[in-house]
Design a protein around this ligand. Structure first.
Ligand code: F0G
Length: 457
């Protein structure tokens, strides 16, 4: 078409009201929540950018598919449909449904990891890291150095540092049961991994005889960013690129709550027969029979349909553009953000915006809470609260202090995004007056979910 405006490639059939609140109500709600937005009642949030996980809108075709769900305990028709869609996309022989991504991680890691082992990854997501560490193994992040500098522009900031991976494999290879790559690299800013880099990782895995697993939560967004950013990929359908990504790996963990376009679901898919058998045995213990794995038959139908819709080009063009649009507006207003825009979220650089708040006073929390108080917007801290506490109990600044504004799929319109941009610019203008926080109470693992904070000063 000859027009340039990229529109939402859908129309809206069903709507849900959002609740407007006054500032005093938000102040009371935030105090009640221990200044931790995870603990807010979602109803008190106007625009919820906490996560893009499970928060997307399903299509009419997905809702229709729900009615086709076969709820048989064993051998359900919905399982075979789900399995065939996953196989067609990934090429992996065995498909194990799980209730979400971390269940796939737990089953894989508990099956194959021993204490003292090492799992290399570009960046582990928080639950992935926690599932490695709970097995007393080390989650080693080997993203390229460019991936650690928010302001630096590079098309594939999710790439693995191949020299560092080779070093790990050469030095600690006997302790590495598998290599992982997260596409897109959520913790590093939703940044994509190039096909060239995946091929490089594959070659190293071949040389050192290690299986390669993708953390594939956002595989479709990665495929589209490869299409638009990697030399020679521009004419390929996203599904084709996604298939090539999977073909370079031996298995994957997947949260269907992201690029499965579903509200719940996930899977572990792999080629190795022995690992599969052991994983299935554990699955039966904790998730369910291998043909439903903790999901209802209708969930399997919704995911199967979602995996087909998510690689459609008009959807991905709109999806990636909507993130880029928000990033452009914030950059134009001088707000420091992680550049370039990632696949599912805009990441505000709280450390750069609040240089007067030291990392151990959590600049991410300061910015996050100001955004909620000012505009009813909820994001999430990806920084020192999430990653600063180490298994030995020590605390240190995380590599970056970011506030992620994750955009649910097919939920918000452009005017919602315009409102978010306006609000972030307004809060950024007050940045010098924002104060840090201290932790009042927190658990030892995954503390960001439930910690209570106190404002300093
Ligand atoms: N891997 C990555 C890269 C993720 O982003 C997530 C979840 C998971 C694994 C775990 O999947 O939630 O289905 O168990 N990320 C969400 C987020 C929660 O907000 O980024 P899950």
């Amino acid at each position: 078409m000859r027009f340039h405006t990229i529109i939402e490639p859908f129309r809206i059939k069903s709507v849900e009201s959002v609740k407007f609140t006054h500032r005093e109500e938000r102040e009371a709600a935030l105090r009640e929540a221990g200044f931790n937005v995870f603990r807010l009642h979602a109803e008190d949030v106007l625009i919820d950018l906490l996560t893009d996980s499970g928060t997307g809108a399903m299509s009419a075709a997905q809702w229709g598919a729900l009615m086709q769900g076969d709820e048989s305990y064993a051998g359900s028709r919905s399982y075979y449909r789900f399995r065939d869609v996953v196989r067609d996309l990934t090429g992996f022989a065995h498909v194990i449904p799980t209730h979400q991504g971390r269940a796939a991680e737990r089953i894989l890691f508990h099956t194959v990891l021993r204490p003292g082992q090492v799992v290399p990854n570009n960046n582990h997501f928080d639950t992935t890291r926690a599932n490695v560490e709970v097995e007393e193994a080390e989650a080693r992040d080997l993203v390229i150095p460019e991936g650690r500098v928010p302001s630096l522009v590079h098309p594939f900031k999710g790439n693995v540092d191949l020299a560092a991976l080779e070093h790990t494999l050469a030095e600690d290879g006997d302790r590495v049961p598998l290599v992982m790559v997260t596409v897109t690299n959520n913790t590093g800013g939703g940044q994509p991994v190039s096909l060239a880099n995946l091929r490089g990782v594959r070659a190293l895995c071949d040389r050192y005889r290690k299986p390669l697993f993708l953390d594939a939560c956002r595989f479709a967004e990665n495929a589209y960013l490869v299409k638009t950013r990697e030399e020679g990929q521009g004419d390929r359908p996203p599904k084709d690129i996604a298939r090539e990504m999977f073909s370079l790996a031996d298995g994957c963990t997947m949260s269907a709550k992201k690029d499965g376009l579903a509200n719940i679901g996930g899977f572990l898919a792999l080629n190795d027969d022995d690992w599969t058998e052991r994983c299935r045995n554990l699955l039966i213990l904790t998730e369910g029979f291998p043909t439903y794995g903790g999901l209802a038959g209708y969930d399997l139908e919704a995911v199967a349909r979602g995996l087909e819709e998510v690689v459609e080009e008009p959807y991905l063009r709109y999806r990636i553009r909507s993130i880029e649009y928000l990033a452009e507006r914030l950059e134009a207003g001088g707000v420091p953000i992680l550049r370039p825009a990632g696949g599912h979220a805009v990441y505000l650089d709280a450390r750069a915006l609040l240089p007067h708040v030291p990392p151990l006073e959590y600049p991410g929390i300061a910015l996050l809470n100001a955004l909620y108080l000012e505009a009813g917007i909820r994001g999430v801290e990806i920084g020192t609260v999430m990653f600063g506490l180490h298994p030995d109990g020590s605390e240190a600044p995380a590599a970056m202090d970011l506030v992620r504004l994750a955009v649910p799929r097919r939920v918000y319109t452009q005017s919602h995004v315009d409102y978010v941009a306006e609000a972030v610019l307004a809060v950024a203008a007050t940045a010098p007056s924002l104060r840090g926080y201290r932790i009042a109470r927190a658990p030892k693992v995954l503390r960001h979910f439930t910690a209570a904070f106190e404002p300093i000063g």
